[in-house]
Design a binder for this molecule. Structure first.
Ligand code: GUN
Length: 286
């Protein structure tokens, strides 16, 4: 029997409707949530992601400021802009779109964002808090995945969870979050010797590799829940994930599509984190 899709677009819409009252209350109290998005250089995919983030802010009633800097911007200029935003009371969240051009030290840039405005959850203080199970901001993509699992009635406790990919943005925080929810977690990556032996044991499989359609149906345990974090453009110009949807849907019990799966949830959790930051500033939550 074919897997039931987990519809990220529908869940994102529901969650964003729920934001409306919180944003209205904050704005009435003089704390309209504000997000600054910094983009350095002209990478076409990053431009699309940033445009989607700014548009989502506008639709949800958040203030957004898009700051585009040329690719040859010096690191000091970017750091100075971040320091200005750290001190700007209209701005509650700061996001530096990654990847940065190669001459930047990405770690130094992320370290410069004030931890209480770090809505990506990438500052070491926030990463440390996440490791200890007392997260202040959960990175948006893994946070979106958790909310999708919750909505689909999938409880990770006691399950064999396999995460493919070990990035700071997705794989590592995803593994921590699933561990905190009592899954038994294995992290696989490009040097994993026998990937299939791990994926075949997975009750829950999260794939974040950036390699189009690399997970196929024959690699799955029957009935597995499959979460596809990938967004790739195939040779035919169409979007596809890191999971081969057609073969996997025949074996899995639940599966996220691409597009319409994790993507809309990532932006939704960015809005959520920015609203939370504004609520903390307004003193209505800790
Ligand atoms: N590039 C790809 N994903 C992300 C993300 O979640 N946050 C930022 N800042 N950049 C990204």
């Amino acid at each position: 029997m074919a897997a039931i899709p987990i519809d990220g677009t529908a869940l994102a819409r529901t969650l964003r409707e729920g934001f409306r009252d919180r944003v209205t209350a904050l704005a009435a109290a003089g704390h309209q949530p504000g997000l600054a998005v910094l983009l350095v250089g002209g990478d076409p995919a990053s431009q699309v992601y940033v445009r989607n983030k700014v548009n989502a802010c506008a639709a949800a009633g958040l203030l957004s400021e898009r700051i585009s800097l040329p690719a040859d911007t010096g690191p000091e200029v970017l750091l100075a802009r971040i320091r200005e935003l750290n001190a700007d009371p209209r701005i509650h969240g700061i996001l530096v779109q990654l990847p940065l051009p190669r001459h930047f030290d990405e770690t130094a840039v992320l370290d410069a964002v004030a931890p209480d405005k770090d809505v990506d959850g990438f500052h070491p203080e926030n990463v440390g808090a996440l490791v200890q199970g007392r997260a202040r901001f959960i990175p948006c993509t893994p946070y979106g995945v958790l909310r999708m699992l919750e909505h689909a009635g999938v409880n990770p406790a006691g399950q064999e969870a396999v995460v493919i990919g070990r990035s700071n943005i997705v794989g590592k925080p995803m593994a921590l979050l699933l561990t905190a929810r009592d899954a038994t977690v294995t992290v696989c990556h490009s040097r994993t010797r026998d990937l299939r032996c791990h994926t075949r044991r997975a009750d829950l499989l999260v794939v974040a590799t950036g390699r189009p359609r690399m997970v196929t149906g024959d690699m799955l345990k029957p009935g597995a829940v499959v979460i596809d974090v990938g967004i790739n453009r195939g040779a035919d110009g169409k979007l596809c994930g890191d999971v081969d949807y057609e073969s996997c849907r025949e074996v899995a019990s639940r599966i996220t599509p691409v597009p319409g799966g994790v993507g809309p949830m990532t932006i939704t959790m960015l809005l959520e984190n920015t609203i939370v930051a504004a609520e903390r500033r307004a003193g209505i939550r800790s």
